[in-house]
Design a protein around this ligand. Sequence first.
Ligand SMILES: CC(C)(COP(=O)(O)OP(=O)(O)OC[C@H]1O[C@@H](n2cnc3c(N)ncnc32)[C@H](O)[C@@H]1OP(=O)(O)O)[C@@H](O)C(=O)NCCC(=O)NCCS
Length: 137
Amino acid sequence: MSDIVLARETKPIPFSLTIEYAHLCEEVGWERRNYVEFHEALEGSLLVVTARSQAGALVGAARLTGDVFAATLFDVVVHPDHQRCGVGKSMLTYIMGFCRAAGIKRIYCLADNPESSAYWAHQGWLKIDGYQYAFTI
Ligand SMILES: CC(C)(COP(=O)(O)OP(=O)(O)OC[C@H]1O[C@@H](n2cnc3c(N)ncnc32)[C@H](O)[C@@H]1OP(=O)(O)O)[C@@H](O)C(=O)NCCC(=O)NCCS
């Protein structure tokens, strides 16, 4: 994990990053996105966090949408070759710090399968309904 560099992406988001992020999502088996729509989603996000290897490869990413009253985490993803090495945890720690600084008190996320549900539960998130989880800061 020490060789991973975290960054908060600034707007405008480069279209090349949108494509990298979309490819990363495909690496974990998520369906291919419409790049233009995904780009708009990234541009409209409150926060886009990326994790890169020293060589510059995108190995993790996450984005937060919403406002000070309620924010939602989307597309939290770590490349299969880098999972279980603390990349996800580092991105979440960064996002929590952002939320604290911005005065955001509650974050939601939607797990899309039993394995990701186990992840959010392990992180201490509260199951609200079905696959929906919440974290109070
Ligand atoms: C879920 C995901 C983002 C986790 O990222 P990661 O970098 O592998 O996780 P970390 O190494 O930071 O793990 C942090 C902690 O969670 C635990 N953990 C990781 N994956 C877990 C899982 N699937 N179930 C339960 N616990 C898990 C780790 O053991 C670690 O525990 P610790 O703090 O007690 O040591 C990553 O596995 C992934 O991209 N999965 C596919 C996409 C996905 O399901 N995204 C989430 C839904 S939006």
